[in-house]
Design a binder for this molecule. Structure first.
Ligand SMILES: NC(=O)c1ccc[n+]([C@@H]2O[C@H](COP(=O)([O-])OP(=O)(O)OC[C@H]3O[C@@H](n4cnc5c(N)ncnc54)[C@H](OP(=O)(O)O)[C@@H]3O)[C@@H](O)[C@H]2O)c1
Length: 342
C-alpha cells in the first residue's frame, strides 16, 4: 500500500535547537532498537514509522547492531525509506552508531578507526543511503586513544558519510575530552546520547547535563520510558506482550513490588496533570530545554500517538516536581552504567 504523509505533520510537534548548532530536532524522536528486527512483522514497522512521521517525528535513530539479528533494523528501515519516505529524505534526520559487538574478530567492536569507518559503510549500505545525518561513537573505548576514535568521526563527516558527529554514554569527563579533540579537528560534537529517565538519573549526578549545557552541546535522552516501565503497562502486572516478559533487555527480576508501588504513585501524579504516565515521563525529561529530544521506542502506532501527546504539557510546578521526586527512585535499570564508568 502506498503511503502519503499527513499534511498536518508539522502542526503540533515542537522543534528544539540542538545545542548551539543550526540543527533543530523534534522534541520526540523514534529509536529502532527493538521491534524492528526479524522477530517483528514488517508491516507493523512501517505503520510505526508512518505514525511517527505523520506526527512530526522527523528523527529516526538506529545503530549497526539493532535487530535481531544485528543489522536487520537498518535493513528494515532501508526498505521503509524506499517504499514510504523516498521523497522525504531531506525532511528526515537519520542516525546510526558503532561501538558494540557487530562482527567476529578484533575489528568488529569498540572505537578503532578501522571499526568505525567500515561499520559506517555497512550501515549506509544496509539503509541504502549516501549519508546519515548523525554518526555516533556508541560507547567510550578505554583501549583506543580518544584521538583515534574522534579522528574517525571527523573523517566520517569530512568524507560525506555523515553530516554531524555524536557520542553516546560517555561520562562528563570523557565528554569534555572528546569535545575538545573534535573541536581541534574542526568537526564540532553536535550531540550526546545518554540514558535518562525518572528512575535512572546518572546524567544529573555525574554532572553530564551541566557539562553539555556549558559546552552548548545538544542531548537526546534514550529510554525516557525506562524501556516501558514508566507507562501504564506495568501498573498491575507484567503483561505477556511486554518487553519484560519477552526477556529482551528488560526482565521480570528487575521489577520489584516496591517499584510497582512507586509507578502507581507516579501514575496518580500524571493523572492529576491530565497525562498518561508515559506522557509525564517524557515531559519530565523535556522539562528544561537542555534535553533537546526524548528518544522513545514503540511497538505500535497507538503508543506513538500517546507519547506525542506529552508535548502538550511540558510545564511542572515546584510542588509537582517535589512530589515526583518522592516516588522517582533510582532503580537498577541502567544497563549502560559500565560505559559511563570508563
Ligand atoms: N545509545 C545507546 O546506547 C542506546 C541504548 C538503548 C536505546 N537507545 C535508543 O533509544 C531508543 C529508545 O529506547 P527504548 O525503546 O528502550 O525506549 P523507551 O521509550 O524507554 O521504551 C520503549 C518501550 O516502551 C513501551 N511504550 C512506549 N510508548 C508507550 C505508551 N505510550 N504506552 C505504553 N507503553 C509504551 C513499549 O514497550 P513494548 O515494546 O513492551 O510494548 C516500547 O517498546 C532505542 O530505540 C535506541 O534508538 C540507545
Amino acid at each position: 500500500m502506498s503511503y502519503e504523509p499527513k499534511n498536518s505533520r508539522y502542526e503540533k510537534m515542537h522543534y528544539r535547537r540542538c545545542g548551539s548548532s543550526g540543527l533543530k530536532l523534534p522534541a520526540i524522536s523514534l529509536g529502532l532498537w527493538h521491534n524492528f528486527g526479524e522477530d517483528y512483522d514488517h508491516n507493523s514497522k512501517r505503520i510505526i514509522c508512518q505514525a511517527a512521521f505523520d506526527n512530526g517525528i522527523t528523527h529516526f535513530d538506529l545503530a549497526n547492531n539493532y535487530g535481531p539479528p544485528p543489522g536487520s533494523a537498518e535493513e528494515a528501515f532501508g526498505e521503509i525509506l524506499k517504499t514510504d519516505f523516498s521523497k522525504f529524505r531531506d525532511e528526515l534526520i537519520i542516525s546510526s552508531k558503532a561501538g558494540y559487538n557487530m562482527w567476529d574478530g578484533p575489528y568488529g567492536e569498540w572505537g578503532s578507526r578501522k571499526y568505525l569507518i567500515s561499520s559506517c559503510d555497512q550501515s549506509l549500505k544496509r539503509m541504502g543511503l549516501d549519508y546519515v545525518d548523525i554518526f555516533y561513537s556508541h560507547r567510550f573505548d578505554p583501549d583506543t586513544p580518544l584521538e583515534e576514535t574522534m579522528g574517525a568521526l571527523d573523517y566520517i563527516v569530512r568524507s560525506g558519510r555523515a553530516l554531524y558527529a555524536g557520542i553516546s554514554s560517555y561520562n562528563s569527563n570523557r565528554t569534555r575530552q572528546a569535545v575538545e579533540i573534535l573541536k581541534e579537528l574542526g568537526t564540532p560534537c553536535l550531540i550526546h546520547q545518554p540514558s535518562y529517565n525518572l528512575m535512572n538519573r546518572w546524567v544529573e549526578t555525574d554532572g553530564l547535563l551541566d557539562t553539555l549545557d556549558e559546552l552548548k552541546i545538544g542531548s537526546i535522552a534514550f529510554t525516557p520510558l525506562a524501556q516501558g516501565l514508566l507507562t501504564d503497562k506495568y501498573l498491575s502486572k507484567i503483561p505477556t506482550d511486554s518487553r519484560a516478559m519477552q526477556g529482551k533487555s528488560l526482565n521480570k527480576t528487575m521489577i520489584s513490588s516496591n517499584m510497582m508501588k512507586n509507578l502507581n504513585h507516579l501514575n496518580d501524579i500524571a493523572v492529576a496533570r491530565g497525562q498518561t504516565l508515559a506522557q509525564m515521563a517524557i515531559s519530565w525529561v523535556l522539562r528544561k530545554e537542555r534535553v533537546t529530544t526524548a528518544l522513545i521506542g514503540a511497538s505500535s502506532a497507538r503508543q506513538i500517538l500517546d507519547c506525542v501527546g506529552a508535548i502538550e504539557n511540558l510545564e511542572f510546578s515546584g510542588v509537582e516536581l517535589e512530589e515526583i521526586d518522592r516516588y522517582a527512585k533510582e532503580e537498577s535499570i541502567n544497563l549502560w552504567a559500565k560505559s559511563a564508568e570508563l
